[in-house]
Ligand binder design. Structure first.
Ligand code: ADP
Ligand code: MG
Length: 201
């Protein structure tokens, strides 16, 4: 439960800080955030360049985004958690079921051919994206950096489908968290759907 997660997940952080242990031995949170930002920016370029009609948005791809973006920095890059985890009042997928839930979820996406269907209207496409994003947010499979890798994944998925990266600049962090809370606690992705709709061109 909450205390269990906090105990288990806290192992990745330097005691009494929010700074994860890292391969560069950085202890300054600002410095680490800056490096994470740079790695993510490089990842956007690399993964965007790699996109093609043959791209596959399966679970291996999702894990590889996390691993390849952050393996220079974190031991746990690309690895799923197996302990329970909460944020605020939200309880994410139980650690025991992360692997199987993820496999099931990505099997759905593969079966849906990554939503690549020119007959979809934008509204239909957004509805499918929001459902899947809500499920991924509730899964919260990685130790850290779930938000950023989930957004990277969806940005590549929408590029593959002929759209530009989703623009979140009109969304406050609070609104994004509130939309996430509704996904996790109420399985309601209406707010996330609106965020995606507004940011997609
Ligand atoms: N209270 C909450 N309830 C539900 N989801 C949340 C909550 N807080 C954060 N989230 C989700 O978790 C993500 C942050 O997870 P995290 O692993 O810290 O990634 P990052 O470090 O990239 O932000 C947010 O983007 C949001 O989707
Ligand atoms: Mg975080």
């Amino acid at each position: 439960m909450a205390s269990k997660y906090q105990l288990e997940n806290s192992l990745i952080y330097i005691a009494n800080t929010e700074v994860p242990y890292n391969k560069l031995g950085i202890t300054d949170s600002e410095e680490l955030h800056e490096i994470e930002r740079e790695l993510l920016e490089e990842a956007y370029q690399v993964f965007n360049t790699e996109l093609s009609d043959e791209s596959v948005f399966d679970e291996a791809y999702f894990k590889s985004l996390h691993r390849r973006t952050f393996e220079g920095l974190y031991e746990w890059a690309g690895k799923y958690r197996d302990f329970n985890m909460v944020k605020g009042n939200s309880r994410f997928c139980q650690g025991l079921y992360v692997e199987t839930s993820s496999q099931k979820l990505f099997a759905e996406l593969v079966k849906a051919n990554y939503f690549k269907d020119t007959r979809f209207s934008k509204a239909e496409f957004v509805q499918k994206l929001a459902y899947f994003k809500g499920e991924l947010i509730a899964l919260h499979p990685f130790y850290e950096l779930n938000g950023r890798i989930t957004r990277l994944f969806f940005d590549m998925l929408v590029r593959y489908n002929g759209y530009q990266y989703i623009d979140y600049s009109g969304v406050s962090p609070e609104d994004y968290i509130n939309a996430s809370i509704e996904c996790v606690q109420f399985a309601d992705c209406a707010k996330m759907e609106k965020i995606i709709m507004d940011g997609l061109t």
